[in-house]
Design a protein around this ligand. Structure first.
Ligand SMILES: O=C(O)CCC(=O)C(=O)O
Ligand SMILES: [Fe+2]
Length: 336
């Protein structure tokens, strides 16, 4: 175990403490540092100076419960437009109980606020489960409570996710067979992110610029704020916390399938000094053996295939082989 006098300016010491020993960035903050160690200081171009972004029409929440009622056309249009422009939107009346969302946020805080030695048993090198890892997931036998809420969240949001994907796919004139739909959404993962209070938020970032690789991401964020999405003109727009709402964003796979119609959104997260923040994303992605490429009907209509067909496993390997760099991940599938 490191002591308070450890030299966190040294990359290796820092890596061992934060990653290998599983103390996380939270452990660093808890050790009493008053400034972000040099290796975490971001180049000017990556820092997020403004505490608040602008908000605009595009982030007004969509009442998804209206999708299968008399306003179907209107609501479907809102979803399609948001997916085509920002690639991000919020939904309310989504069928996931608001009590469950509250419980989830509480459980995430409880999990991360445990002493480091309790969390260390879930580190990926030692975790008893292949699917369950500290930083990405949990140990079912050991963390029954947290596993149950996370699973509930996953289960109760899936119908909504599928419905949104259906609406988006229908709008490009395609009806996917049940089997293909299930293969395209066969990989599901719930993460819990914890952003400790940061002594110098202006120097660093919570999560760097990236896009998500899958179909759609559902994200529960708490009231702290700090999630930004890149707009076409290069500005960053904050997706404001909205109690009871869920954030939905388009991933790379859906951009590829739609031949570029839907925008996998480049996003990033600011840190703050007002309090710790938790967020809980559910990622849906294809089965690893699934081939992904622009849907043939769309290519025919567009007259060009903007992406080539790739095995999702290869897409994912490439995605995780590089550090975050905006939407560079899509280059792997770009047609030459
Ligand atoms: O914490 C957030 O608001 C977003 C996190 C995120 O982008 C991710 O986990 O992929
Ligand atoms: Fe993300």
């Amino acid at each position: 175990m490191e002591t308070m006098s450890a030299n966190y300016e040294d990359r290796d010491t820092l890596f061992n403490f934060v990653v290998k020993e599983g103390n996380g960035v939270k452990g660093l903050i808890d050790s009493g540092i008053s400034c972000v160690p040099q290796p975490f200081v971001q180049p000017l171009s990556e820092r997020i100076a403004t505490p608040n972004g602008q908000t605009c029409e595009a982030v007004q929440p969509i009442d998804i419960s209206q999708l299968d009622g008399p306003c179907h056309t209107e609501v479907a249009k809102q979803i399609v437009e948001a997916a085509e422009t920002l690639g991000f939107f919020q939904v309310v009346n989504h069928g996931v109980s608001v009590e469950l969302l509250e419980l989830l946020k509480m459980s995430a805080h409880e999990f991360f606020e445990q002493p480091p030695e309790n969390k260390a048993v879930y580190l990926k090198e030692v975790s008893p489960s292949k699917l369950v890892k500290y930083g990405t997931s949990f140990v079912p036998e050991k963390e029954k409570a947290i596993e149950e809420v996370a699973l509930d969240f996953l289960k109760s949001s899936m119908a909504m996710v599928k419905r949104i994907v259906e609406v988006l796919v229908e709008d490009v004139g395609v009806i996917l067979e049940e089997e293909r739909m299930n293969s395209l959404m066969g990989t599901k993962m719930v993460n819990m992110n914890y952003y400790p209070t940061c002594p110098s938020p202006e120097l660093t970032i919570g999560v760097g610029r990236h896009s998500d690789m899958g179909m759609l991401t559902v994200l529960l964020q708490d009231g702290i704020g700090g999630l930004y999405v890149k707009v076409d003109n290069g500005d960053w727009l904050e997706i404001p916390p909205l109690n009871g709402a869920l954030v939905i964003n388009v991933g790379d796979t859906l951009q590829i399938l739609s031949n570029g119609k839907y925008k996998s959104a480049e996003h990033r997260v600011r840190t703050t000094n007002i309090g710790s923040r938790v967020s809980v994303p559910i990622f849906t992605a294809p089965n690893l053996s699934e081939k992904i490429g622009p849907l043939p009907e769309v290519v025919e209509r567009d007259g060009v295939a903007r992406y080539k067909e790739v095995l999702f496993q290869d897409y994912m390997n490439n995605f995780f082989s590089q550090p975050h760099d905006g939407k560079k991940s899509l280059d792997f599938a770009r047609a030459d």
